[in-house]
Design a protein around this ligand. Structure first.
Ligand code: F6R
Length: 610
């Protein structure tokens, strides 16, 4: 949420910063701006709209500066116009900041500064940081101290970069609750909220910790806490390659990521699934192995798509390991007084590893003495670091704002976790082997569905004028119905509801008429006949049924208007297959309607505010 990038080095900075913003545009695209230090002064250009709008205004020939900061915004306080765009200046224009996060006590700080005669230009919470740093600088005459004192005054979260004509050789970076990565190049440093803005320049990075700041100059950098205590840095290597953050010939990142799923699903269990033993090895859980063996209850907490994978995980873990599992929206978990006990395991699932609510749920877990475990994609992210143990899903960068491959990779990890927990308890080796053998087949089965994407595209085109969709599923496929509806809503702006198929008759059935497409996951399992009854109920009200069915099921053609076949698998693994056509229906519908698939309105990847 909001992308920020800064550079100090020997290259001309304006083009470099714009390219950095383009890499992070999926984090927010309401407005964009840059500040560079040119001839001893801060020069800022900012514009509402996408980075391409900003780019048109930046004449790179005007600048030979080699130091600057930039921002692409996802608006929280203040509408997305030119004035509210970042960077924000101090009232004397000598300090420029870019900020990701929320300053909760900004109103009180602003009032106080206004009473002292300082002026403000925007409606944002962020601007108070620039003006506050100015006010403190006037007293202490040291930028680092001024930033530090200011950060000790604010409540809330920040990923912050500060540039000042007072001390033109440095950028000061700081973080609390918002990611910040410092890339270490040869005589140059690039600091950003996202490693994807850095990888073009260097693979060597330092992830700043919460409440840590970095003073970055051409000839070196120093880190310390915002309480001025020295900190040690660990240089790490970025794990992914540049090609992972490029479209590789696909029209959109979302489509590329949908098509990556045979590989990403496999990457999540590769080296962990011991198929011949019917068991699983999870190095990231070694230190909590005994706690997992003793656990009486697991709580899984997450948001959005990750919450849907959590629901699938609940069913699989309860089935294989017979441990009671509860799934909680992270935003609810943190604010209600959830009873937690020391032998509870709390699994936080997050693609970005930065979702504010999920991170807060991890803190709450620690506070109450239970054990937090992460299932995370982004290596080195806050949730990965704050949890006691964890399992990376290794899906590679997910750039499309609508999550796709992360969902199936999360299920891949949850399935092997369930197997791991089951084998610690009563699950037999032969059952373990049977499930493991089927997991190995899934990548190929996903590929077979993707090969039929043209058929799904034609269907999506035909249905694109529908203004509402209903998605139904039962058992393991109820969360798939929720996920299918979410995908449709977020990228095509068509209203869609996901429901447990049997619950439909308790209300949503009233919505069904000849204009309502109803997507029903009706794969062959023990509740197949019940789902067929639900289909009949829809047909009786003239609803148009699109069934996701198991290959070879000819019977379903008698009930559905359209059938999309997926290969047969174990019921617990059907969500991974059933979701693929639903991702494709949403994608092709959005394309047909001319929607911006990778950057849907009002959304941003990585929601680092509450
Ligand atoms: C939906 C989507 C969001 C995220 C949610 C959680 O396509 O992308 O609903 O799933 O914001 O994000 P993470 O998994 O990064 O915590």
């Amino acid at each position: 949420m909001c992308g920020i990038v800064g550079y100090v080095g020997n290259q001309k900075v304006s083009n470099l910063l714009i390219n950095g913003l383009k890499r992070m545009e999926y984090r927010g695209y309401d407005s964009a701006g840059i500040s560079v230090l040119q001839d001893g002064k801060i020069q800022t250009i900012k514009k509402s709209g996408k980075v391409s709008q900003l780019e048109k205004l930046v004449d790179h020939t005007l600048y030979d500066s080699t130091i600057g900061i930039a921002h692409t915004r996802w608006a929280t306080h203040g509408e997305p116009n030119d004035i509210n765009a970042h960077p924000h200046h101090s009232s004397d224009d000598k300090i420029s900041i870019v900020h990701n996060g929320i300053i909760e006590n900004y109103a009180a700080i602003k009032k106080n500064l206004q009473e002292k005669g300082y002026t403000f230009r925007s409606e944002t919470d962020s601007e108070v940081l620039a003006v506050m740093i100015q006010a403190i600088y006037e007293k202490v005459q040291c930028l680092e101290e001024a930033v530090r004192f200011a950060l000790n005054e604010v409540d809330g979260t920040f990923g912050l970069l500060v540039l000042s004509s007072h001390e033109p050789d440095r950028i000061i970076a700081a973080r609390r609750g918002s990611p910040m990565v410092l890339g270490i190049g040869d005589g140059e440093y690039i600091v950003a909220s996202d490693a994807s803005a850095i990888i073009q320049h260097t693979r060597q990075v330092v992830y700043l910790n919460d409440n840590e700041m970095a003073i970055i100059k051409r000839d070196g950098f120093e880190t310390k806490t915002i309480m001025n205590e020295a900190t040690t840095t660990h240089i790490q290597e970025i794990e992914f390659d540049l090609e992972h953050i490029e479209k590789a010939g696909y029209e959109h990142f979302m489509l590329k990521e949908i098509f990556e799923q045979p590989e990403t699903f496999r990457d999540a269990f590769r080296g962990r699934l011991l198929a011949d033993k019917g068991n699983v090895k999870l190095g990231g859980l070694t230190q909590v192995q005994e706690k997992l063996r003793q656990a009486k209850r697991i709580i899984i907490t997450a948001c959005g798509t990750s919450w849907h994978s959590a629901l699938v995980g609940e069913y699989i873990i309860e089935n294989l390991a017979q441990i009671p599992v509860e799934v909680e929206y992270a935003s609810e978990f943190r604010y209600r007084n959830t009873p937690l006990y020391p032998d509870d395991i709390v699994i936080a699932i997050s693609q970005s590893g930065e979702t504010a609510d999920t991170l807060a749920a991890v803190y709450e877990t620690k506070q109450k003495g239970a054990t937090p475990i992460g299932i995370v994609n982004v290596v080195g992210s806050s949730i990965a670091r704050e949890t006691e143990a964890g399992i990376y899903i290794h899906a590679g960068p997910e750039i499309g704002v609508a999550s796709t491959k992360a969902f199936t990779s999360q299920i891949s990890v949850l399935t092997i976790l369930a197997l791991y927990l089951g084998r610690m308890r009563n699950l037999s080796q032969s059952d373990g082997k049977r499930i493991a053998a089927e997991i190995l087949e899934i990548p190929d089965k996903i590929r077979r569905i993707l090969n039929r994407s043209d058929e799904i595209k034609a269907l999506a085109k035909k249905q694109a004028k529908s203004r509402n969709y209903l998605y139904l599923g039962r058992g393991y496929n109820f969360p798939v119905a929720l996920e299918g509806a979410l995908k449709m809503k977020e990228i095509s702006y068509i209203h869609a509801e996901g429901y447990p198929a049997a619950e439909m008759k308790h209300g949503p059935i009233a919505l069904i008429d000849e204009n309502m497409p109803v997507v029903i996951v009706a794969t062959k399992d023990e509740i197949y006949e019940k789902v067929i009854s639900n289909i009949q109920e829809v047909r009786a009200r003239k609803g148009k049924v699109i069934a996701i069915a198991t290959e070879g099921d000819e019977n379903i053609k008698d009930y559905a208007n359209h059938v999309i076949y997926i290969p047969s698998t174990l019921p617990m693994l059907t969500p991974v297959l059933a979701v693929i056509p639903l991702q494709l229906i949403a994608y092709y519908t959005a394309v047909e309607l001319g929607c911006n698939v990778d950057q849907p309105r009002n959304l941003a990847k990585s929601v680092t505010v509450e």
